[in-house]
Design a protein. Structure first.
Length: 253
């Protein structure tokens, strides 16, 4: 009898195990600035009866390099067009799946509880305001938020004076954390990052004309094998998802 029960349980396991193997949602490589909004979108997708996507957040540059090196993933969402171009040139994107769907704004943040605002216009003495302190930014030669920030400071004519005071971070959320902890008095992040933290406030808004438009493209990776990957990509482009992203401060198509 015990042998019969054991055989039955073993056969049930063989039936259930493959189903569980296919129950994992698509793996999404997403820019660090999307943490709250992408989690909300993944929750909404799961409420429709789909396996919840697995989300991996980091700087777009790091994620793009991982995808280019063959990391097993299904979707890539970048905080700029450049890193999506990087993967497209290497033949890593599924044809016809690239779409730009979100926008953002670049801001200067300070610790919550401090006072005063800074008019970010040509020639503003940000270096003088910093004094001996540092300015937190994502890596300005690779991470989109840092690249946008560098371009804005160059446009305002103050990059050469500010550059020696920059504290570079791996991604925009790491730059945000430096200001949250008080390690630096100011930082450059997206407006959505500032809105996600109660420990910082917006001290200034960079003119949109001071940097390239902040655009977020999404694409399915050619190596994707998850049957839900294309469905979730299309969901991210839907009106339902657009309402979610707007709730977190992003602009949508």
């Amino acid at each position: 009898m015990l042998q019969w029960i054991g055989a039955l349980l073993a056969s049930l396991f063989l039936i259930v195990a493959p189903a569980q193997a296919h129950a994992r949602g698509p793996l999404v490589l997403a820019a660090a600035s999307l943490q709250e909004s992408m989690n909300a979108a993944a929750d909404a997708w799961a409420r429709h009866g789909h396996p919840r996507p697995v989300l991996s957040f980091a700087g777009s540059s790091s994620l793009a390099r991982q995808a280019a090196a063959g990391a097993p993933a299904d979707l890539f969402v970048s905080a700029d067009e450049g890193w999506m171009d990087y993967l497209q040139k290497r033949g890593r994107l599924a044809p016809g799946t690239r779409a730009t769907f979100l926008g953002n704004q670049l801001v200067l943040i300070a610790r919550a509880g401090t006072h005063g605002s800074i008019a970010l216009r040509k020639g503003v003495d940000l270096a003088g305001i910093l004094g001996r302190n540092r300015l937190a930014m994502a890596s300005y030669n690779s991470v989109p938020a840092g690249k946008y920030g560098k371009a804005a400071l160059i446009n305002l004519g103050i990059w050469d004076r500010v550059r020696p005071k920059v504290a570079q971070a791996d991604n925009v959320r790491a730059a945000l954390a430096l200001v949250e902890r008080g390690a630096t008095p100011f930082g450059i992040v997206y407006a959505t990052d500032a809105a996600a933290s109660e420990q910082v406030r917006v001290a200034g808004i960079f003119p949109p004309s001071s940097h390239a438009p902040i655009r977020y493209p999404v694409a399915r990776l050619k190596a994707s094998t998850n049957p839900d990957a294309e469905g979730f990509r299309r969901f991210l482009l839907s009106k339902e998802a657009a309402a979610i992203f707007r709730r977190f401060g992003f602009t949508t198509r």
